[in-house]
Design a protein around this ligand. Structure first.
Ligand SMILES: Cc1cc2nc3c(=O)[nH]c(=O)nc-3n(C[C@H](O)[C@H](O)[C@H](O)COP(=O)(O)OP(=O)(O)OC[C@H]3O[C@@H](n4cnc5c(N)ncnc54)[C@H](O)[C@@H]3O)c2cc1C
Length: 345
């Protein structure tokens, strides 16, 4: 490696690095609700690792918290730094191995490595298939009658679908550039399976906004969600209402991002349209006016109307913070990549 950079070519001046204002850009606003309140650069990335591994031992409970929705510590948040080359996956891997030797090795420490393997996997998929990862028919060359309805797409991207769990996630993305993995899987399934929209519209919207945008991980995951990746199982679809009740049983996440419906208490917030007029008007909600009616109603959602939050999904004892994931049943958290069921719900 060279010790020094070569001098600039003759005639090229070494001016100052231009500031965002010179391009007409304003300082980005920091939303206090963000799950990624960090800044860029290698130093910050290393500090995050130090915090997540060595200072707090959060890495040792990653598997239980990784499906969380609120706050910085439910997952590693390494993705933005990885996407921009501020930290390397090898360094993270070596640090996990060191942690396992010096502190503890458990399912959680393994699971962070496992997630990094997904990242690698999507790189290999992109290498193998090249520009086919952007093709409407995907890797399977599969004909699907995708729609391109701009009204439905706008409702999705602006968080106005009338499905609170979807809207909360889409608003978080627009306001902060970040969305949890649980949220991404759900809104992608909603766009492709419930709305039947061209999956590439969703992928492009993510590309436009994600602070951790990465061409391989983004298009690889979208292909998967759309059912046109190299996954042999068909028609897997998330049930938005069950997911909302499982992972945001009390509705705290929805209330954080969809304030106009925050007067509805508890998990009923996920099925607003099923509430009585009296309950809605008491909460100051006029469906279709102050908050949209659902743009679509999937048949399987009706199973969860009036469902009390599942006892088993209450946060583990001693973990009251809303950012903690509900206790997971055997297969929960083993994303749609592994679920044997068609309706991953
Ligand atoms: C539709 C969709 C689009 C996505 N787009 C992107 C993207 O553009 N860039 C991106 O980095 N991730 C993407 N992901 C994967 C995943 O959601 C994010 O990597 C993760 O939410 C980032 O948060 P984290 O760093 O706290 O992850 P953690 O849960 O802490 O995971 C640790 C690391 O493992 C890797 N990882 C975790 N899950 C995945 C996955 N499913 N696929 C690939 N790598 C994974 C990431 O590098 C992540 O930083 C997407 C997922 C979906 C469903």
């Amino acid at each position: 490696m060279a010790d020094q950079l070569k001098p600039l070519a003759p005639g090229v001046e070494d001016g100052c690095i231009p500031m965002p204002e010179e391009f007409g850009l304003k300082e980005p606003l920091a939303d206090p609700r963000t799950a990624f309140p960090c800044s860029g650069g290698e130093t910050q990335a290393l500090m995050r690792l130090q915090h997540y591994f060595w200072d707090t031992n959060l890495v040792a409970s990653y598997k239980e918290t990784r499906n969380g929705l609120i706050g910085i510590d439910y997952s590693t948040k390494f993705a933005p730094w990885l996407a921009l080359g501020c930290i390397s996956p090898r360094y993270i891997y070596e640090q996990i191995r060191k942690y396992e030797k010096e502190r503890t090795a458990n399912q959680s420490t393994y699971w962070v490595i496992f997630e990094l393997l997904w990242r690698d996997y999507f790189r290999f998929v992109a290498l193998k298939y090249g520009t086919r990862i952007f093709s409407l028919k995907g890797l399977q060359d599969k004909e699907v009658p995708w729609k391109k309805d701009p009204k439905l797409f706008d409702a999705w991207k602006e968080g106005r679908t009338g499905v609170p769990f979807v809207d909360a996630n889409m608003r978080e993305l627009a306001a902060t550039g970040f969305m949890s993995n649980r949220g991404r899987q759900n809104v992608a399934s909603f766009l492709t399976k419930d709305l039947g929209l061209d999956w590439r519209m969703g992928a492009e919207w993510f590309e436009h906004l994600l602070v951790d945008y990465d061409v391989c991980s983004n298009y690889g995951n979208w292909l998967y969600s759309a059912g046109v990746g190299n996954d042999p199982r068909e028609n897997r679809k998330f049930n938005m209402i069950k997911q909302g009740l499982d992972y945001d049983s009390n509705g705290d996440y929805v209330r954080l991002w969809v304030p106009e419906i925050q007067c509805i208490k508890g998990g009923e917030i996920h099925t607003l349209w099923a509430l009585s007029n009296a309950a809605l008007s008491q909460a100051g909600i006029a469906l279709g006016e102050t908050y949209p009616l659902p743009v679509v109603l999937a048949r399987e959602w009706s199973r969860h109307i009036n469902q009390k939050p599942n006892k088993r999904d209450h946060p583990p004892r001693g973990k009251k913070d809303p950012s903690h994931t509900p206790k997971q049943h055997k297969d929960r958290g083993v994303d749609f990549y592994f679920s044997r069921n068609k309706d991953v719900s």
